[in-house]
Design a protein around this ligand. Structure first.
Ligand code: ZN
Length: 328
């Protein structure tokens, strides 16, 4: 076992020192994604509608609504439409797990009419913000999994379209409570988006109906609710969250598991470095790395193309169909 770990460590070192290897195995696009994610982290670059580092004022008399991070921001925009000024607290190109808001971001959120958040402990900083109205999108959702890192409920409910519908309803109800004059508008918008989520749910059920495999290896534990909804088994490279330092021993375990299950696709994410998934795939004959997005943000490329939650879920399903060996 020790020699396997040593070999693996050496192969990882090769991966760490070779961008050419990234390009040939993973593709040019993904190298670009890594670069943009790193650049976003270094500069804390703001995307359109993220809270600017300094400014807090808004001249509009629309309802000013701040959402905590990407998918919630999209759900809020779908429901609020042009009746609200919508901002996002965590810049959309950043991985949100270990985010901490700056004083300026806290002040900007405090001055908004409402703050919408996912809840279930995902936004560990939520109590630092005192917006006059807070909408908890996870309200009354029956979360059943426990997150290894926080020892609280697993917060990744948005990846289950049925729970995403409930989050949309909670956002609708929260906006109506604050702004009852636009009740019909918010209700109609929510209905349209919920219909899209219903269609997505039906598509996933149809697409995953005839797969040879039911196990997949994701990067972090974002897919517990998704897997339960669609009868799949999630395994993960990290045992806590995306910020965890992964030891070679863990990679050895996941390689062995993937071999035992006969898996040939290892999943990575668009906002994290794929080298761990690559290190696992390299040790499995005929294996490759694809993206299975936890939809915790968007790359700059995706933002500029207007790609959203349903598009990302459909991409996930196409990539899952390869790993699960489903009929096309
Ligand atoms: Zn996550």
């Amino acid at each position: 076992m020790r020699s396997v770990v040593l070999l693996l460590s050496m192969s990882m070192l090769c991966i760490l020192s070779s961008t050419i290897y990234f390009q040939t195995l993973y593709g040019q696009n993904h190298k670009t994604i890594i670069n943009s994610a790193i650049s976003a982290n270094l500069t804390e670059s703001t995307v359109e509608n993220s809270i600017p580092p300094q400014s807090t004022s808004s001249s509009s008399d629309k309802l000013k609504v701040v959402s905590s991070f990407y998918p919630i921001y999209e759900f809020v925009k779908k429901v609020g439409g042009d009746k609200i000024d919508s901002l996002v607290l965590i810049p959309t190109g950043l991985e949100p797990h270990d985010f901490e808001p700056t004083i300026n971001q806290i002040q900007a959120a405090n001055s908004a009419d409402a703050l919408v958040f996912n809840g279930l402990g995902f936004e560990t900083w939520i109590d630092k913000i005192n917006t006059k109205n807070k909408i908890d999108a996870s309200n009354s959702i029956n979360a059943s999994y426990i997150d290894n890192r926080t020892k609280s409920f697993d917060p990744h409910i948005w990846l289950d379209p049925v729970f995403a519908k409930k989050e949309t309803e909670n956002i609708r109800d929260g906006l109506i409570k604050i702004d009852p004059n636009n009740r019909d508008y918010y209700s109609q918008n929510a209905k349209i988006f919920i219909n899209e989520l219903d269609t997505l749910d039906k598509t996933i059920r149809a697409d995953l109906k005839s797969c040879k495999k039911h196990d997949f290896v994701a990067f972090h534990n974002a897919f517990s609710y998704f897997a339960k909804r669609y009868g799949l088994n999630q395994h993960t490279i990290t045992t806590t969250g995306p910020e965890e330092e992964i030891k070679p021993q863990r990679l050895v375990e996941i390689i062995q598991l993937a071999k035992n299950l006969g898996l040939h696709v290892i999943y990575s994410e668009e906002l994290i470095d794929p080298r761990y998934a690559l290190a696992v795939a390299q040790e499995i004959p005929d294996a490759k790395v694809l993206v299975l997005s936890p939809i915790e943000g968007l790359t700059k490329d995706e933002q500029s193309k207007g790609i959203g939650y349903v598009d990302k879920m459909n991409e996930n399903i196409q990539n899952l169909k390869q790993g699960l060996e489903c009929s096309q």
